[in-house]
Design a protein around this ligand. Structure first.
Ligand code: CTP
Length: 402
């Protein structure tokens, strides 16, 4: 997929790098994109709206109210129109407002209304870029799932030299092209994903479960579907659900049902990702009636469940990709590597329970991925959707490599 016919909003804020944006608009227009430029009032001092309107072929919008008409520009419909929003350049001020959700100009109101992916190319003087507040804001924006295009090193308008230069428009253009290209990189592929906990029944009322919400696996299923794959999601008991027409959900309750459902789908799958938190043990017997209280203690006899992932590792063929998760609390990487080898995986995604804002029930996660070829990649805290993106990017990268 290319940028052709894609709706792209370019948000310009008031930094000297704004003088480079006409080139970005020109490149996008030449490639067939529909470009809508939105500007903050301060950015008019650095590049003229007339230049950008001429190159984009659309009026540039800065204010909520249309000139002399008394009517409003609709920030909600613009937000819905966009396939991608690119903020370039972004000043420290606009960055802070984006991180905290302030909408005191038209550009920010559209940003708050948009549902599309967001790219951010900061540009500022080196001390502002290095300030802990800017760093914290960038981290926060990254955790929302946005793609940060880091500032580069070089001569700055202040005369100082260091990090703070906006990435060159040609490189921002390439990044936009890559974004749309990878959007369809799983077309024709079948992806099998498991998500959520399992509930092992003790009696008709009680069960043994775990804290998994299914958010990570659902994000993986949605990311795969958005990239064009046909997805089967085997989902344990959770109130959450995936929403995409390319996802077929098979609901299961316990580890045994998950085993059956996964094996039914596995032979057709090009890529299988086991994100579910499967019970390792299940009651030896499930009581037909509610167990009544008797005495001061009770003993529940458990038996091991089948390790679904290990059984897939035994039967997988050469061109199937198998990915597992590991949840560890100590010797994380060494234990994850053992699981990768033992279960014959292509890679394993390691979650640590020790990380703040990561793991069960959070919308964000901080993972490391270990590959069978010996790579170990540590990722920063990100939205679970962005983690899902990293997983599929790595699948693509490893395929290219070998
Ligand atoms: N898994 C599975 N079937 C099981 C248990 C786990 O398919 N019965 C999968 C999980 O979906 C996950 C991976 O195995 O992808 C690792 O799960 P984890 O609980 O971290 O590891 P275990 O192999 O169960 O080992 P341990 O509990 O000893 O850490």
């Amino acid at each position: 997929m290319s940028v052709k016919d894609k709706n792209i909003i370019i948000g310009v804020s008031g930094g000297i790098a704004a003088y480079k944006i006409p080139l970005l608009v020109r490149l996008l227009k030449k490639a067939g994109a529909n470009v809508q430029v939105l500007m903050t009032p301060a950015s008019h001092d650095f590049v003229t709206p007339v230049t950008l309107a001429t190159l984009s072929g659309r009026p540039v919008l800065t204010e909520f109210i249309k000139d002399n008409t008394g009517s409003w520009h609709n920030h909600v419909s613009l937000g819905m129109w966009a396939d991608l929003m690119v903020f370039a350049p972004v000043t420290a001020n606009t960055l802070a407002k984006m991180a905290t959700g302030q909408a005191d100009n038209f550009l920010l109101a559209v940003y708050m209304s948009a549902k599309c992916p967001v790219m951010i190319a900061p540009a500022m003087d080196l001390d502002m870029y290095a300030h802990p507040a800017t760093k914290a804001n960038l981290e926060k924006l990254q955790s929302y799932g946005y793609d940060i295009i880091p500032a580069t090193k070089g001569e700055l308008a202040s005369g100082l030299t260091g990090y703070g230069r906006m990435e060159e428009p040609e490189n921002i253009f390439t990044r936009i092209q890559d974004f749309f290209a990878k959007k369809n990189d799983l077309a024709g592929k079948k992806v099998l994903v498991t998500a959520g906990p399992t509930y092992e029944s003790i009696d008709p009322v009680r069960f043994i479960g775990n804290h998994s919400s299914g958010k990570m696996g659902i994000a993986i299923a949605e990311e795969a579907a958005e990239r064009g794959a046909e997805v089967v999601l085997v989902l344990g008991p959770t109130h959450l659900q995936a929403s995409h027409p390319n996802i077929r959900t098979v609901k299961v309750q316990n580890a045994a049902q998950m085993y059956e459902a996964v094996h039914k789908e596995f032979d057709n799958a090009d890529i299988t990702i086991m994100a579910a938190a499967v019970a390792d043990f299940t009651p030896e017997q499930t009581a037909g009636q509610k167990i009544k209280k008797s005495g001061d203690a009770m003993t529940l006899k458990l038996k091991a469940t089948k390790d679904i992932l290990a059984s897939l590792g035994e039967k997988k063929s050469g061109n199937q990709i198998l990915i597992g998760f590991a949840m560890e609390t100590e010797n994380e990487k060494a234990n994850a590597l053992k699981k990768l080898r033992k279960k014959n995986l292509d890679f394993i995604v390691l979650n640590s329970l020790r990380e703040k804002n990561a793991g069960f029930k959070h919308d964000t996660n901080r993972v490391s991925i270990l590959t069978k070829t010996g790579k170990i990649i540590d990722y920063p805290l990100k939205s679970k959707k962005a983690v899902a993106g990293d997983i599929f990017d790595l699948v693509r990268e490893l395929k290219v490599e070998g």
